[in-house]
Design a protein. Structure first.
Length: 516
């Protein structure tokens, strides 16, 4: 813990309530200048990083991933910021239901501010998470949580604030329920990241939301070729924030939250005792059961986090593969072999699923046909890495045959056997369902670099409008000339084609710095 929180260039303006949903949002300016918390920084944000933050927020929202939002982007034409070079400055107007982070509790714990931790946790429960009775009640057996879709831990809600649930050695009071809700929300969000290949790039406690929102987008990226070890942050030399490590590092941050709330959770039924509330537990012997209870609760919440994450991830991946139902055998039979194949053959993660969405089962009815069809998933320059084309076609073709058989079974028409498979109309329905969850456009690093160059160096502006339109409608087959909200959209068909085709070889898996 560095003893500091954030970079101090954000100014909160006000809170506003959506009149239709009654949901409350806090509106902020990022990059508007010095604040009392700016420390060594200048309070500015550069145009480059501001475009990236705006695009990330709206792209994730377009994919259905929990995220903070961007409202406006303003260039400051007479302002410059000194980073590695002198760069134009900008302001992003952003909004979210809450900007509280796990690091906010981390900060108070480092100061030993017991009273403020309690007040903040109470505020989070009552004003951010919907009230005490909206929090998850104790699971029937926290040690036996399941991670299959449909059998994942689904707690009851509506527990009164003062109620204590569970045996004494793991008694769950209202602050434990706050902790569990935060863990569950973050588990689901990380599942979305993994299913869609998104990486934040800096997942410390400061960048992890109490609401499970994606937030603070610095060196973020979407996967190009599938590489579990890829990190978009070129300073992340130990791969702490790499794609494969995101679920683990978010749990690490949640453990830090558990430590900050540990005294409150460990107190169990004594949490509202006036003496405890005022002075805590000073006697070492009396503290032992409190510590043991808190440690046990954190361990149980870890199991719950993993179960919620895996159940959500499996459900999302099943949908991306076109499955209407998930079987536990799908994980080892389809998911793992596919990801291993994508990694070995260096295939593009999101393009693979989008292209799979267009494959009729009739076109891969035989092994030879499947191997022939496999070529559509390779990059335009052919097979990359150390793989031969023949081996690559065989490996991917074998997976396509396994996938074909599972899809045929899953989408079979009523009254016909799995061997017959779905009718042509049912298979068309399956392809359309896949297109609705597999994006045609993602805000890749090379696209953002091009947009930044064109805006910053060439003075373009309309390219930003087109970028955000595609990012917020990522599942469309095309954009230019199509009708959106009753109006014909004027885009750039050639630009759309380039941005949705193979990533240029020299621009794959790009990295960037935290400088912003």
């Amino acid at each position: 813990w560095a003893g500091q929180l954030g970079d101090g260039r954000v100014i909160s303006l006000f809170e506003a309530t959506n009149p239709r949903t009654a949901e409350r949002y806090e509106v902020q300016l990022k990059g508007a200048g010095l604040t009392p918390y700016s420390r060594f920084a200048d309070g500015k944000a550069v145009l480059r990083s501001s475009i990236r933050e705006f695009a990330a927020s709206e792209a994730l929202h377009g994919l259905g991933i929990p995220t903070t939002r961007a409202l406006a982007l303003s260039l400051l034409p007479h302002q410059r910021a000194r980073r590695e070079t002198i760069e134009p400055a900008a302001i992003v107007v952003r909004f979210a239901q809450s900007w509280i982070r796990l690091g906010t509790f981390d900060l108070l714990r480092s100061r030993g501010d017991r009273a403020l931790i309690r007040r903040l946790a109470t505020y989070v429960a009552e004003d951010v998470l919907g009230g005490w009775d909206a929090l998850p009640g104790r699971l029937p057996d926290p040690s036996q949580v399941q991670e299959q879709p449909g059998s994942e831990p689904t707690p009851h809600r509506g527990v009164p604030a003062a109620e204590i649930e569970g045996p004494d050695d793991a008694a769950e009071n209202r602050f434990t329920r706050v902790y569990r809700e935060v863990a569950r929300r973050n588990a689901e969000t990380v599942a979305y990241w993994q299913a869609y290949g998104f990486m934040n790039g800096v997942l410390n406690t400061d960048n992890t939301s109490i609401m499970g929102l994606s937030m603070d987008f610095g060196p973020f990226a979407f996967l190009d070729n599938f590489d579990p070890n890829y990190t978009p942050n070129h300073d992340d030399v130990y791969l702490r924030y790499s794609y494969k490590n995101q679920p683990t590092v978010v749990w690490w941050s949640l453990v830090r939250l558990g430590e900050a709330l540990g005294e409150l959770m460990g107190a169990g039924a004594q949490v509202d005792d006036p003496t405890f509330e005022k002075d805590g537990v000073k006697d070492e012997a009396a503290a032992e059961p409190l510590v043991a209870r808190a440690e046990k609760i954190i361990g149980q919440v870890g199991d719950e986090y993993k179960a919620v994450f895996l159940a959500k991830y499996k459900r999302l991946m099943a949908a991306r593969m076109g499955l209407r139902s998930y079987r536990e055998s799908d994980f080892d039979g389809l998911f793992t072999p596919l990801l291993d194949t994508l990694e070995t053959l260096e295939l593009d993660f999101n393009l693979f699923f989008r292209r799979l969405s267009s494959v009729p089962l009739a076109e891969i009815a035989t092994e030879d046909a499947a191997r022939e069809k496999a070529g559509m998933f390779f990059y335009s320059e052919g097979v990359t890495g150390v793989n031969s084309e023949e081996q690559s076609r065989k490996r991917l073709g074998n997976w396509l045959c396994s996938w074909r058989d599972r899809i045929a079974e899953d989408w079979v028409d009523g009254g016909s056997g799995a061997q017959a498979g779905p009718s042509e109309s049912r298979d068309a329905e399956r392809r359309e369902a896949m297109r609705m969850v597999n994006p045609n456009f993602v805000a890749r690093g090379w696209v953002l670099d091009e947009v930044i160059r064109r805006v910053e160096k060439e003075g373009e502006r309309d390219v930003l409008r087109r970028l955000i339109h595609m990012a917020t409608h990522p599942f469309e087959s095309s954009w230019h000339g199509q009708t959106f909200d009753g109006k014909v959209y004027e885009g750039d068909a050639e630009e759309e084609r380039r941005w949705t085709e193979n990533v240029p070889r020299t621009k794959r898996a790009m990295q960037c710095s935290c400088s912003s």
